[in-house]
Ligand binder design. Structure first.
Ligand code: F6R
Length: 245
């Protein structure tokens, strides 16, 4: 596992965006695995900017997002489809037909089949997967106690609901379930880049970085089993974790 410690979160976003941009420059027909959440948010405008300056061509990429809230209409401004359209796909001029964010409104069984089709139907695995990490230690929405390999519907932890309440008017509005790639899906990506900031992520990252255990208590620990993972953290978080390069 490679750990990049940056001066600050802004630099972390730049480093993370550069890794995705480098992947697309190396293979313009890359399949990108994308994430939402607050931490990843500033990564997208950097990629949009690179595209507008002609430094990268996104016309041949395909994308698959990690997850979506169940019951959430894709047109709802809290949906992850809306997040991706607004922050990346539309400003970068990406054909939405080349993008996939699961719908939280469709029949779950059919949607899981479609999700798998998008992940594996063309025989082209995700080339680079962007991840954040939850306070609970989740990646995607794979919550503690569950080590499910494939796409599934996941009940969200109380800590996840509380953390995500900042994006909603009331905590009661936060959906309690999400459809997510499973841990096996995430581990099939060629490369993985995880960006994190904030002291509240330190306990989960300590379990990822400072011991050899892979445990369902902290699902992100499965990343130890992948051969090309980069974790991007800023100095403040590194100090909080107790990580020294
Ligand atoms: C989002 C996702 C989640 C988030 C995680 C961190 O698509 O899969 O795992 O990356 O919950 O969220 P933030 O960045 O808001 O702390």
């Amino acid at each position: 596992m490679k750990v990049i410690v940056t001066k600050n979160y802004e630099e972390s976003c730049q480093v993370t965006a550069n890794m995705i941009l480098d992947q697309v420059r190396a293979n313009p027909a890359s399949k990108l695995g994308l994430a939402t959440g607050g931490t990843a948010e500033p990564v997208y405008p950097i990629m949009v900017d690179a595209c507008k300056k002609g430094e990268v061509d996104f016309s041949q990429i395909t994308t698959v997002n990690l997850d979506e809230y169940m019951g959430m209409d894709p047109t709802n401004d809290q949906s992850y489809r809306y997040y991706m359209n607004q922050r990346f796909f539309i400003p970068a001029g990406i054909d939405l037909a080349r993008t996939f964010v699961a719908s939280g409104k469709n029949d779950p069984e059919k949607e899981i089949a479609l999700f798998n089709e998008k992940l594996y139907g063309d025989g082209h695995f995700v080339d680079i997967q962007l991840l954040g990490i939850g306070v609970s230690g989740h990646i995607g929405f794979n919550e503690p106690g569950t080590m499910i390999s494939g796409v599934h519907v996941q009940k969200l932890e109380e800590s996840t609901i509380k953390a995500n309440a900042r994006f909603f008017e009331n905590e009661a509005d936060v959906p309690t379930e999400a459809m997510t790639m499973g841990l096996g899906d995430i581990l099939k990506a060629g490369k993985i880049v995880l960006i994190a900031t904030g002291a509240n992520k330190a306990p989960a990252l300590r379990k990822v970085l400072l011991d050899d255990e892979v445990t369902a208590d902290v699902p992100a620990t499965v990343l130890k089993m992948h051969r090309d993972v980069t974790i991007v953290i800023d100095e403040a978080l590194a100090a909080e974790i107790g990580w020294k390069n």
